[in-house]
Write a protein that binds this ligand. Sequence first.
Ligand code: PLP
Length: 379
Amino acid sequence: MIYFDNSATTFVSEGVRNRIQELTADEFSANPGALHKLGLKAFEIYDGIRKDTASLLGAKPEEIFFTSCATESANTAIKGYMSRNKRAGNAVISTRTEHKATLECLDYLAKAGYEIRYVKVGPDGKPLIESLEEELGKGSVALACFTLVNNETGSVLPFESIRKTIKAVSPETCIYLDCVQALGKMQVNMSSLGADMCSFSGHKIHSIKGNGVLYVRKGVRIDPLILGGGQQDNMRSGTQSPVLAGAFLEALKEVSEGIEEARVKVAEINSYLRRELAARDALILSPEDALPYVLNVSFKGFESETMLHCLEIYDIYVSTVSACSAKQKKVSYVLLEMGTDRKIAANAVRLSFSRNNTMAEAEEFIRRVDEIYEQFLIK
Ligand code: PLP
């Protein structure tokens, strides 16, 4: 099997599996909110996990909240900020290339009467600074929402220049950054990054599904999305799970330790595939300077889904548009927004890699593409 669909989700690492096993032991399984000593033990382990997670992310423990996924983190950050800070302004700035986790929150806000202003992006998927300045210049911008690495193309946000522009034109604007596809693939450190709120997802870094993180910089006030018993400093109610938090931390440790080694390996795979695919008349849609973990390619003569199923015959797994919207059979809105021709976008396939992939798999992939062209292309 060749699994090139790591931006959709990753396979659970051995280390995470073992850690889950350890943390499901009876001694850690009491309610961390219970007053008896078993409860205290569960809380102690959970609290230690929160501290270690914060430290690896360059944050303070009280800035880290465990959620069920990055979608929940995005909802909490975006809706929670706008609900709590009504006097900060009526407008939100973003791009139309965000993940649905952000776009749907923005639609929700639009229906509630907020003004959503979309900044244009260039052919490389990066927001145009002039467009950003123009939208900010209209005033009243409470929140700006961007993504550090685009999930469909790997396009990397020039965050420092975006942040500087926002701070220069509208210093009070709060910045939310989706860091889901960046975590473990490039350095992401909360203390040096300069975003106010960030979201992360465990299952994109070899943890299980069901665990995410929301970072909220100290001093930023947001309303909680989930109300209840007041756990996690009233920010996210619901009994804390040492198992899910511990799985996230174990995955984070692993990706952090292996970040450089993995990047070199993945970059080699990416440049080999770029070269070989371009030689076969495929169009590379990911920008040149994209993060090497994502390679978006348009195959001549094959619609996205046809190519996906042809590859599947050989036990090779890729995706069309992002998994969340793939079943709706739409052409990628991200590619269209970047100005990609609709016919080219309709043939786009996303290959996405992880530290587990090898050059041998990349070579096998190319051989199979050749076979597919020979066998299935209608001439
Ligand atoms: N943001 C980006 C960029 C993503 O790629 C994804 C998942 O595809 C999400 C947010 C949502 O993550 P989750 O599945 O943890 O809700």
